[in-house]
Ligand binder design. Structure first.
Ligand SMILES: Nc1ncnc2c1ncn2[C@@H]1O[C@H](COP(=O)(O)OP(=O)(O)OP(=O)(O)O)[C@@H](O)[C@H]1O
Ligand SMILES: [Mg+2]
Length: 298
């Protein structure tokens, strides 16, 4: 079972948008079906983008499961040894069906939402994130095809959980200096102290499609090429260290990462479910597909 975290070092990188747009391609490659669903978990408890996207902000009020209810201090992960399939199992029956948003069977993609603003604090951290592991184990026992955590930012508790649990981290960053350097420094610590053997896909997001010259104290810099070479340079040591497997394929070619999409400035959307696309949007779709392929290739 594939375990994926959609992470960024800092907020507003476009994590939730990236996660939602990669989902239909992940579902294709991992063969998501109602018997082998893809599970989405909104781990960003302070800024729960995918919960709002699916209009699930009041979901927990009607006695349903949420990240806080399951993974918080008082939570327990329902075990259901007698359930013959995902459909009969207490845990999966209480997750929210969201497949239709992606033109998939509604119960082929299930979501565990968060309660908006319901921070878990640090007192919940038992050092082992037992409940998240229990949740993953139950998903694996019942042959879910994958889990995608929309992570919190930086080293927030639920970001640590998401990244520790994942085998693959989609690391999203905007191409600005603060994002570039902050992200790289974050992964220096990650390499040294936190985790080994993860696939970390570096994904610049909201990259302008038109080349632009910007003058600063050091002279004129041509964007987005300059930002691209700075990201590649700064990650060279992490790649050489070899503690984690950095994938830089999204920095190859003329345009790197995911392009800036005008409609995303005004509405959250899933491009693949849309009937009419601009040329840039069609190009963005090919990038989301590529990301899903990189995530799933062994
Ligand atoms: N490719 C893109 N082109 C243009 N705008 C984008 C793109 N991707 C995301 N955005 C916009 O950037 C903003 C932040 O995106 P999003 O909410 O996905 O980021 P996030 O990292 O999940 O943020 P948060 O830290 O609040 O959870 C949103 O307004 C979104 O519409
Ligand atoms: Mg978000």
């Amino acid at each position: 079972m594939k375990k994926i975290s959609c992470f960024s070092y800092k907020g507003g990188a476009g994590r939730s948008t990236l996660a939602l747009n990669v989902v239909p391609y992940l579902a294709d490659i991992l063969h998501a079906t109602p018997d082998h669903p893809l599970i989405l978990v909104d781990m960003d408890v302070d800024s729960c983008g995918i919960t709002y996207f699916f209009n699930l902000e009041d979901y927990a009020d009607i006695d349903r499961f949420s990240v806080q209810a399951l993974f918080g201090t008082m939570g327990t992960i329902p075990r259901d040894d007698t359930a013959e399939s995902v459909r009969d199992h207490t845990l999966f029956r209480h997750l929210c069906r969201v497949g239709k948003w992606f033109n998939y069977p509604h119960d082929a993609i299930l979501c565990l939402p968060a309660e908006p603003g319901g921070s878990l604090g640090t007192s919940n951290y038992d050092g082992k994130f037992t409940k998240v592991n229990d949740f993953i184990e139950e998903c694996s026992d019942y042959e879910c095809c994958g889990i995608l955590f929309d992570s919190a930012v930086g080293d927030q508790l639920t970001a640590i959980w998401s990244n520790q649990a994942a085998d693959t981290i989609m690391c999203c960053l905007r191409p600005t200096k603060q994002f570039r350097e902050g992200t790289q420094r974050f992964f220096d610590k990650f390499d040294e102290r936190i985790a080994r053997g993860k696939k970390i896909i570096v994904i610049p997001n909201v990259v302008p499609t038109e080349p632009l010259d910007i003058e600063d104290a050091d002279g004129v810099k041509g964007y987005p090429e300059y930002a691209k070479s700075e990201i590649l340079k700064s990650f060279a040591d992490n790649v050489a260290r070899g503690n984690n497997d950095y994938n830089l394929e999204m920095l190859e070619g003329d345009l790197f990462g995911v392009p800036k999409i005008d409609r995303f400035m005004w509405q959250e959307d899933i491009l693949r479910s849309s009937s009419k696309l601009t040329e840039t949007e069609r190009f963005a779709l090919s990038r989301y597909q590529k990301i899903a392929e990189i995530v799933c290739k062994s």
